[in-house]
Ligand binder design. Structure first.
Ligand SMILES: Nc1ncnc2c1ncn2[C@@H]1O[C@H](COP(=O)(O)OP(=O)(O)OP(=O)(O)O)[C@@H](O)[C@H]1O
Ligand SMILES: [Mg+2]
Length: 248
């Protein structure tokens, strides 16, 4: 689904992503962890095309997209959420989804429906998505009135609304209470069962270890370990990256 090859991005002297390579298998939930500043968000920016790498390649569904602009990659079925939530807060919750659905290529056939009917169908679909994430009762509130956790759910639902089958989530669990956390986990698992592939950056270890089949660990922009959650939790290299080097 996704291949990152020898990817490199420096900001002045800081090698945010340092000749990094990994793959995300189709249908998987892959976790990405690493200390603060390890390059996780930069990696997402490079994969989605918000930033250009200095070196290396990004292959999505077998296609080299390294020089493709973000909107072209989005059309290939890739969507993301942001570490700092980016929703349209002055818009109704429902409309946050509607705008994502409007661009959805699968909905092209609706161009032939009368406008009113088309709008109704889109709103019904948006409502379904809000139901899926458990915030349908908030549909007609401004998104700004949602709790932080509900806004995160809305952002995930909006990524799903684009029809993407590769979803990149940047810290979906950060600052979320336990009830909403379980709601987010269940939603991710449901979508994964339906065939969607996930790459998830997360600092919440129980959450990411519980949900991922494979974990990639970044440290100073490099992948220092890749493996099952069990393998990663027992890796000296990973423990060292988080806690500092052990004294000899
Ligand atoms: N636009 C930028 N300009 C300059 N330096 C940047 C920029 N974006 C990121 N960096 C630097 O690149 C490094 C990687 O940052 P990045 O945000 O990718 O880390 P992260 O793993 O997402 O961290 P966190 O877990 O805190 O979110 C850091 O040293 C950061 O300061
Ligand atoms: Mg980050």
């Amino acid at each position: 689904m996704l291949k990152v090859q020898n990817l490199h991005k420096a900001f002045g002297g800081v090698k945010a992503v340092n000749h990094c390579s990994f793959t995300v298998e189709k249908g998987s939930i892959t976790g990405m962890i690493g200390p603060n500043g390890a390059g996780k968000t930069t990696m997402f920016d490079l994969i989605t095309g918000l930033m250009e790498p200095d070196e290396g390649h990004i292959i999505i569904k077998g296609k080299n997209v390294t020089s493709h602009p973000a909107h072209k990659r989005a059309k290939m079925g890739i969507a993301r959420t942001f570490q700092a939530i980016r929703i349209f807060s002055e818009m109704k919750t429902l409309d946050n989804i509607v705008v994502a659905l409007k661009d959805h290529p699968e909905k092209m056939y609706q161009a032939f429906l009368p406008l009113k009917k088309k709008q109704k169908k889109i709103e019904e679909r948006a409502m379904e998505l809000l139901k899926d994430v458990g915030i349908a009762d908030k549909a007609h509130l401004n998104a700004a009135e949602l709790s932080f956790g509900q806004q995160k759910l809305l952002e995930i639902a909006r990524a799903v609304a684009t029809g993407a089958d590769l979803l990149l989530l940047d810290e979906p669990a950060a600052g979320i209470n336990l009830t909403l956390l379980n709601q987010i986990r269940d939603y991710i698992l449901k979508l994964n069962k339906e065939g969607k592939t996930f790459l998830i950056v997360e600092h919440n270890m129980p959450f990411i270890m519980g949900i991922s089949e494979k974990i990639i660990v970044l440290d100073y922009g490099q992948e220092i370990a890749v493996g099952t959650p069990e393998k990663i939790q027992n890796s000296d290299r990973v423990i060292e990256a988080y806690l500092g080097k052990k004294k000899e």
